[in-house]
Write a protein that binds this ligand. Structure first.
Ligand SMILES: *[C@@H]1O[C@H](CO)[C@@H](O)[C@H](O)[C@H]1NC(C)=O
Ligand SMILES: *[C@@H]1O[C@H](CO)[C@@H](O)[C@H](O)[C@H]1NC(C)=O
Ligand SMILES: *[C@@H]1O[C@H](CO)[C@@H](O)[C@H](O)[C@H]1NC(C)=O
Length: 328
């Protein structure tokens, strides 16, 4: 969802790269992995947003303020703000993740880091999980997702009357979710998952059914890579009415009448993607934050960045009030 609707282009892709190349972190990683240099942070924005949006950049600035020296990398599928925003609606998610994987693996600094941290907003959350499962090069230490649709959506979002990009995409979707056109070109269709249409989903879903290892043939790499994370932190917005159902942020199954928690699902008990293994070592965190979809406060972001991002060898920092409370 368009968390940050400012379209103002603050930095061009070119100036970003120049800044990255000039960054002294590279040398420091090569010299010594034991120092207190923070791990780079990769951020993937949500539907309707773009990598250069002011709101997104301010989140990155906050991450740098909390852990000084953090290199923040913004995933971009398009090379300018408009094409990147358009790619949140249109494209083949498999190819988008391949591009993100290739860009990250080729990045002069990210590629030399011993590991990276990752922060995904809304659909960017499940896409970064796709990065972990399929590529993970460099490997992710902690993946934090806010309002992601890990178990899919059952409804397409409502668009603002003036948002023609959104309206165009949604108009194409209606009635065509399982068509080849939608599954190869319309991004939200690729994580649409209605338990009432489960067979069609299994048969046609271009992205989610694969990444969740729901088909009979499981990809063992997906499980291995998720289980190798140090933490997967799943934030759900308490009053989310945009990503339906909001419980998807916690991998819960909602079938109209009932909510089945992750730990009661086969996805977990048969450990299709490594979530149970990760949970048993204490790395699966269920958190909530008040408010509507993507209503983030600096306070929650600061606490999250202090707890999960920063140097590789950081001592475990436990932010006040999070022990016990939000985690299940
Ligand atoms: C999406 O892209 C991948 C990789 O190019 C391709 O194998 C797959 O068939 C595409 N999906 C659809 C539904 O066209
Ligand atoms: C929803 O799930 C519950 C528990 O698995 C099941 O008993 C119920 O029949 C399901 N309802 C629908 C509408 O599928
Ligand atoms: C978040 O952290 C930054 C940097 O440490 C600080 O300047 C800011 O006041 C903090 N904001 C809140 C709401 O805690």
């Amino acid at each position: 969802m368009a968390i940050f609707s400012h379209l103002k282009l603050l930095l061009t892709a070119g100036s970003l790269l120049t800044a990255a190349v000039a960054n002294p972190l590279k040398k420091r990683f090569d010299d010594d992995d034991d120092d207190d240099t923070p791990l780079p942070l990769v951020i993937w924005h949500g539907l309707g947003d773009n990598f250069a949006a002011e709101g997104l950049r301010s989140v990155g600035a906050l991450a740098e303020a909390v852990n000084p020296g953090t290199l923040v990398y913004y995933v971009h599928i398009g090379n300018d703000a408009n094409s990147d925003q358009s790619a949140t609606f249109f494209g083949n998610v498999t190819e988008q993740i391949e591009k993100a994987c290739a860009d990250i693996a080729a990045h002069p600094i990210l590629s030399t880091a011993p590991a990276i941290d990752a922060l995904g907003f809304s659909q960017g959350g499940q896409f970064l999980r796709g990065y972990v499962e399929r590529c993970n090069n460099p490997p992710v230490r902690n993946l934090v997702t806010f309002g992601a649709q890990h178990n899919g959506i059952v409804q397409f979002r409502a668009c603002k009357a003036t948002d023609f990009l959104c309206r165009g995409a949604m108009a194409l979707l209606r009635g065509n979710t399982w068509s080849n056109l939608a599954q190869s070109r319309l991004v939200p269709a690729q994580y649409f998952r209605d338990p009432a249409q489960y067979e069609q989903y299994l048969e046609n879903s271009n992205f989610l059914a694969d990444i969740n290892n729901e088909r009979s043939l499981k990809n063992p790499l997906y499980k291995k890579n998720i289980a190798q994370l140090e933490n997967l932190v799943l934030y759900m917005f308490e009053d989310d009415t945009v990503a339906i159902p909001k419980e998807s942020a916690w991998f819960e199954e909602v079938n109209g009448t009932e909510i089945t928690p992750l730990r009661a699902r086969k996805l977990y008990s048969e450990d299709w993607i490594g979530l149970r293994e990760l949970d048993r070592k204490g790395g699966l965190k269920f958190r909530t934050t008040p408010g509507e979809h993507m209503q983030l406060t600096d306070k929650v972001l600061n606490e999250t960045f202090a707890e999960f991002f920063g140097p590789l060898k950081k001592r475990s920092v436990v932010a006040p009030g999070v022990l016990g409370g939000g985690d299940l």
